[in-house]
Design a protein around this ligand. Sequence first.
Ligand code: 5GP
Ligand code: SF4
Ligand code: MG
Length: 470
Amino acid sequence: MLGEIKGLNEECGIFGVWGHLDSAQLTYYGLHALQHRGQEGAGIVTTNGEELKLAKGHGLINEVFSQQQLDDLVGHASMGHVRYATAGDGGYENIQPLLFRSQTGGLALAHNGNLVNAQALKSQLEAQGSILQTTSDTEVVAHLIKRARHLPLDEAIMEGLSMIKGAYAFLLMTEDRMYVANDPRGLRPLSLGHLGDSWMVSSETCAFDVVGATYEREVKPGELLIISDDGIESKRFSAPIQRTLCSMEYVYFSRPDSDLDGKNVHASRKRMGKALANEAPVEADVVTGVPDSSISAAIGYAEEAGIPYELGLIKNRYVGRTFIQPSQELREQGVKMKLSAVRGIVDGKRVVMVDDSIVRGTTSRRIVKMLKEAGAKEVHVRIASPPIKNPCYYGIDTSNSGELIAANNTVEEIEQQIGADSLSFLSTEGLNDAIYQGEESMEHGGCMACFTGNYPTEIYPNTVHPYEKA
Ligand code: 5GP
Ligand code: SF4
Ligand code: MG
């Protein structure tokens, strides 16, 4: 029977080190810097040249690994993964890296993204007798590679990669090699760095800063890097095409101190806020941002509008992203636990509340209410991205379209539902300009499919949105 493929790899983080005696420890720190990309599970695989060793578990990095476990991961190369998952796919076996052992050796895989043709490939593999152990589409790739094992491994991997479609940043490791691949459109971020003579790979550059590594370059779309004790080699498994990096990475997912494709995230968000101030000005007394992801945009809005930026909302403590909590009821509780309005700042004021995005509208609705309860006279909501009207098939939890408030309501209707005195979103042009600053045109900019419905890859008729089945 064909098992369901659930969304397992959305918005995860991957980090790898080659050629360092403390490779597992460095991977631990690297993953810690990527913790915002996934808090549900983590794993590290290490090679000592002869054997692959894996440690993984549920929870945050510091919950998963003890000093003893890290000490046991002895070897000069490691790769790891932090995982984001939703209800129904939280099984231990799905925590990455996945490790497959065979007589010829081991193969470890870690993946960020989502394959749009995983379901089709899975049926094909099962029809041909493969037995898949996890519900992860990452495993599909392992089987494709295994099936091509008559070829040298480098070629088998290229063959496997050429069959998958969608978004993926992949790390693969054998006893003596690390393979790094970015999908033909480079939808997910992936960078190469180095620390002395050792190579590092990371979903985001903020992890390089944390471990003292230097950014080298992007892993190019359609590129396969092969790293070993002999050095680094670059191959292509797909012809060069324009990169369509996920715009949501700039809007929300990535850390402000990361550079994506050479562009700093904080600076991009600030420009989004400035563009929003020009597109949707309003008479107000203070501008406030929803911590943490919209602070940069709020600062940009305030600066451009000439209205003071204030800390009108305080994040009490780290509760974890609202999205991770499965039910609407719990999500609402989560938002409440996380944030409080500062009465001394908003009381009697006309407040511009800037947030990075609206998905279901839950956050905005609760925060408007919170600000009003704290005495705000008016609350003008300004969203530093366009309305999300379409589901993402590339591994991001933008929910199914039934839950996307902007898929089913006009801006006026949303304004009413969240109780705002006014509501405006940034235009797609404004977002594109804020990221690329004229460097690329609309036809060639990043992926904006969740806003525009214009998907940069084919979407298979049997593509299951990660959350429709989960
Ligand atoms: P909503 O409350 O409208 O469903 O979600 C939007 C809010 O959740 C924003 O404040 C945003 O910062 C946060 N958020 C958490 N996870 C995600 C995600 O996966 N995508 C987006 N776009 N926003 C998210
Ligand atoms: Fe990113 Fe949206 Fe494209 Fe998904 S559809 S990759 S969230 S820009
Ligand atoms: Mg937020």
